[in-house]
Design a binder for this molecule. Structure first.
Ligand code: PRX
Length: 566
């Protein structure tokens, strides 16, 4: 029996207070995600239960109980206080998937700080933009990433501490401090900062079409939705062994790679390594993983290897599979039935929504290719892109719109209220995604309504890439668009016009690709560069990415004279 039971029964009289009651939270009282994920689970008699089983690619392993989470997050919180860090300050986590990342996240929240996770593959420019925007006061990092921080430190006057979690080796430099979790004095008792529902908790940066990435600011009350969606969508039950593929540099890795499972007192396994079919299957086999939250790109990679590889492993422990981040194509659902005897349940949400909003819950019949229906308590519809009125006609494409007010919804974009407000129209939060509804109330994803590139489930902003391209001495102007890709759905393609004196050739193409990889990240690196004489522009000189994108996708360009000129 699944946790949610009947979806239709759950819709009746649904109220988020149900989750508040289960968590023992009363309005107006303190609520701290760090405490809920560790101390509370210990108080429920689960102190000795395993919380985290960590492994790296080669099989090195560490295990932490919920009591370890409690004590070690206290230890980190106390160390941050000793460094003089104050509640409300932004503290960045810039690490691979090491235990310090997960436990550090809880520690920051416990002392009242705002956790700012950033993907460890980010290069110096990606890092600088986000740390500068948030005026971040401290950053946790590893030796292998510290060079990137050192390079930009002069431009970050607010950054007071660089906390290196594996400090052995050459002497640390200015503003750097070593911190070894396994050698730090264990802090048994810590007074958790009395954060309340609307106290900021997590700042996740996400890319839009224009301008630099924006920090979606979440609050401690997000726990209410994250706890309940983890329980009802991921169907986490006491004896489960849960595995989430997402890196906490992105929202799935925090909402459902930390907060969801641990606030439910669930044991999870973390693999600190990228995709590798055999490594992944052997992890499932070894730990007897029961619930798996993955993503379409990974599923497509597994499909490529075929069911033969899957059959070489004992994957019989799996009982529930979910997916997020990109359209889950019908073939992937059908294939998972064949390979694992189970179907992937799609879930749709965004950095801004903080928690799953549209999904297939366990008891719901899956229509392969559809994202499912709104989670109870979420009012979702499809609106007309011009009037923002709900479209009543089944199958007509419009924008996914959500009625604001669920607990995990972002509260603003950091230091950018105007853009936040621009997301609301006619009483709806406009997601920026196009979809249609069928007569049974299922949502069918069509595509994004903007120029943001979704590569392997990660959003990359064209503006950030174009700005970085312009820093290359050979580049006069550029446009970055998504081009179709069998595995990653989209990859970045850049159109580049060169400055006089530079000739297009293969070496220059490689040089520019690497330039972007180092400055931004491997995700943002163009997989192809097309050298052009000039780029299509509006009368006012704005580059028309849409024309280039249509060309890549083999779609009609349409009437470009109607393209807005702003
Ligand atoms: O375009 C949608 C796509 O990913 C975007 C959100 O990306 P991000 O904020 O990075 O958060 C990712 C993880 C929640 C959405 O606007 N997306 C997410 N889930 C799906 C999806 N597209 C299709 N189907 C999904 N299930």
């Amino acid at each position: 029996m699944s946790n949610i039971g009947s979806y239709t029964d759950r819709l009746k009289d649904f109220d988020w207070s149900l989750a508040e009651k289960e968590l023992g939270y009363r309005a107006g009282e303190p609520i701290n995600i760090g405490w809920y994920c560790s101390d509370r689970i210990c108080q429920m008699g689960l102190a000795d239960k395993k919380a985290l089983i960590w492994e790296d690619f080669h099989g090195a392993s560490k295990t932490y109980t919920f009591d370890d989470l409690r004590v070690l997050s206290n230890t980190i919180a106390a160390s941050l206080q000793e460094l003089g860090l104050k509640p409300g300050e932004r503290i960045c986590l810039f690490m691979d998937r090491v235990p310090e990342l997960y436990i550090g996240f809880l520690g920051i929240l416990k002392m009242g700080g705002i956790a700012q996770p950033l993907f460890s593959a980010f290069g110096e420019d990606s890092l600088l933009t986000r740390l500068d925007n948030a005026k971040t006061a401290a950053i946790f990092t590893q030796r292998k990433h510290v060079a990137k921080v050192r390079k930009i430190l002069a431009q970050l006057p607010e950054m007071r501490h660089i906390i290196v979690v594996d400090p052995d080796g050459p002497p640390l430099r200015e503003r750097e401090v070593g911190f070894r979790l396994d050698q730090a004095k264990r802090v048994e008792q810590f007074t958790v900062h009395p954060t309340t529902a609307e106290t900021p908790s997590v700042l996740h940066y996400t890319s839009g079409t224009t301008g630099q990435p924006k920090g979606a600011q979440h609050v401690h009350y997000s726990l209410i939705s994250q706890y309940l969606t983890a329980k009802w969508v991921l169907d986490l039950q006491p004896n489960d062994l849960y595995w989430c593929n997402a890196d906490p540099g992105w929202v799935t890795g925090t909402s459902y790679g930390i907060i969801g499972p641990w606030s439910n007192g669930i044991t999870q396994v973390v693999l600190d390594s990228g995709f590798n079919t055999e490594r992944w299957y052997s992890l499932i086999q070894k730990h007897r993983v029961t619930v798996w939250y993955s993503a379409p790109t990974a599923i497509r990679l597994l499909m490529r290897e075929g069911t033969v590889v899957a059959r070489r492993f004992d994957l019989s422990s799996l009982r529930h599979l979910c997916s997020v981040g990109e359209p889950l194509n019908a073939e992937a659902v059908l294939w998972s039935r064949e390979a694992y005897g189970l179907q992937f349940h799609d879930s749709y949400w965004q950095t801004e929504t903080g928690s799953i909003v549209i999904t297939n819950v366990p008891e719901m019949p899956i229509k392969p290719g559809s994202m499912g229906k709104p989670f109870p308590g979420i009012e979702a519809t499809i609106v007309d892109p011009k009037t923002f009125e709900p479209i009543d006609q089944p199958a007509r494409v419009g924008l996914i719109a959500l009625r604001p007010g669920w607990p995990a919804m972002f509260r603003t974009y950091w230091n950018n209220r105007a853009t936040y407000e621009s997301k609301f129209k006619n009483g709806w939060y406009i997601s920026g995604d196009r979809a249609s509804l069928d007569s049974d109330g299922y949502f069918w994803f069509v595509g994004r309504d903007d120029d943001v590139i979704n590569t392997g489930g990660h959003l990359v902003g064209p503006f950030e890439i174009e700005s970085a391209l312009l820093e290359h001495p050979a580049v006069a102007e550029s446009a970055a668009v998504g081009k179709p890709d069998h595995v990653n759905m989209e990859v970045v393609k850049a159109f580049v016009a060169l400055k006089p004196g530079f000739e297009p050739n293969g070496d220059l193409e490689l040089e520019i690709m690497n330039f972007i990889r180092k400055k931004l990240s491997p995700l943002a690196m163009p997989q192809e560069i097309e050298f052009v004489k000039s780029l299509p522009k509006t009368r006012s000189g704005k580059i028309m990415r849409r024309v280039l994108r249509a060309q890549e996708w083999g779609e009609p360009i349409g009437d470009i004279s109607t393209l807005e000129d702003d």
